[in-house]
Design a protein around this ligand. Structure first.
Ligand SMILES: [Zn+2]
Length: 154
């Protein structure tokens, strides 16, 4: 039940969260899932289409999901999760986050941004057999060191 990603991707994810402060950012995680173990290989930034209250809600357009699936398939990857930021709020899922989470088996990564600086990053695995039985389970995040062999160039 872990989420693994390289030091570089982890930095990219958190940098994106800082860049959009005080607004929320969101994005898609492409990678491979093996049971509860998820490995992230790519990040895709998504535009936050919910402009009415972009500071406390996020939304990824269906077209962006389709594009992400297509991009992933070319590289032998699938959508394994999503990320978004919580500007000046803890890195815990909100009732809205839970209600809008529908991808069972995917990781929902939340980064708290305080005063423009990324602080805590948490990942929650959406478990359960169906929409009625779904639940968020916090999972550990494994960040490989910068000089790791799993770090791919480019
Ligand atoms: Zn949220």
């Amino acid at each position: 039940m872990t989420l693994s990603l390289s030091h570089r991707l982890y930095g990219e994810l958190r940098a994106h969260c800082e860049q959009t402060y005080p607004h929320e950012c969101c994005g898609i995680l492409l990678g491979r899932a093996d049971g509860g173990a998820i490995t992230v290989h790519r990040l895709l930034r998504a535009g936050n289409t919910r402009t009415d209250s972009a500071h406390n809600r996020y939304h990824i357009a269906p077209q962006e999901l389709i594009t992400a699936q297509r991009e992933g398939r070319k590289a032998g990857l699938e959508i394994v999760g999503f990320y978004h930021s919580h500007p000046d709020h803890p890195a815990m899922w909100s009732p809205t986050d839970f209600a809008e989470a529908h991808w069972l088996g995917c990781a929902y990564v939340i980064t708290a941004v305080e005063q423009g600086r990324a602080t805590v990053t948490n990942s929650f695995l959406l478990t359960g057999a169906d929409e009625e039985g779904k639940a968020f389970l916090q999972q550990s995040i494994l960040v490989s060191p910068p000089d790791s062999a799993s770090e791919s160039a480019g």
